[in-house]
Design a protein around this ligand. Structure first.
Ligand code: SF4
Length: 184
């Protein structure tokens, strides 16, 4: 394993390793789990990632490499569905804090109706706005998905609205009865 990735592997549990990889590569969104698995097992791929750090165009190609598929089914502590629900947040530090809150909630997500009730408040809100075209939001994997952000906190509103542990920074969201949870 090449040196920079030893620190990633030693960062802690699976989510900590994902955040460490995002930080190493200067990404503001978490990489897919299969990228981390491959980087830890394939030194050549890891070297290419490291040399592409901070360069969105190169990273995008490496994150979409067909060779990553072979690393998609390895057993890991946190499955990709959980990780995919983590909001894209303004900074890695912010993401770590949100991840901690979400973990503390038992990875609880709201029902579709509860999340939609939040989004019904967001959509007409003055803070609900298109995400800027930069690295932070540019690495989303599905361009058809609503990536509007809340300008008050920098979160992708649609993702944030699903997480029981998150709240509207302005206090506009309806109170969620007893934070009813539906685990991801
Ligand atoms: S989270 Fe709150 S402040 Fe942000 S867009 Fe939604 S309603 Fe507005």
């Amino acid at each position: 394993m090449i040196a920079p990735f030893k620190a990633v592997a030693a960062a802690g549990d699976w989510s900590a390793q994902l955040h460490a990889l995002a930080e190493l590569l200067q990404m503001d969104v978490l990489p897919p789990g299969q990228v981390l698995r491959r980087a830890l097992a394939d030194d050549r791929y890891a070297s290419n990632l490291f040399m592409s750090r901070g360069q969105p165009t190169l990273l995008r190609k490496l994150l979409a490499s067909p060779g990553n598929a072979a690393f998609a089914e390895a057993a890991v502590a946190a499955d990709s569905a959980d990780i995919a629900a983590v909001p894209a947040l303004a900074t890695v530090g912010h993401a770590v804090a949100a991840m901690g809150r979400w973990a503390a909630s038992g990875f609880a997500t709201l029902s579709v109706d509860q999340a939609e009730a939040r989004m019904a408040v967001c959509r007409p809100c003055a803070h609900y706005t298109a995400a800027p075209k930069n690295l932070l939001y540019g690495l989303t994997f599905d361009a058809a998905v609503d990536m509007n952000i809340c300008s008050a906190c920098g979160c992708v509103a649609r993702r944030k609205a699903k997480l029981a542990s998150e709240d509207c920074p302005k206090g506009y969201w309806p109170i969620t009865q007893s934070k009813e949870t539906h685990h991801a």
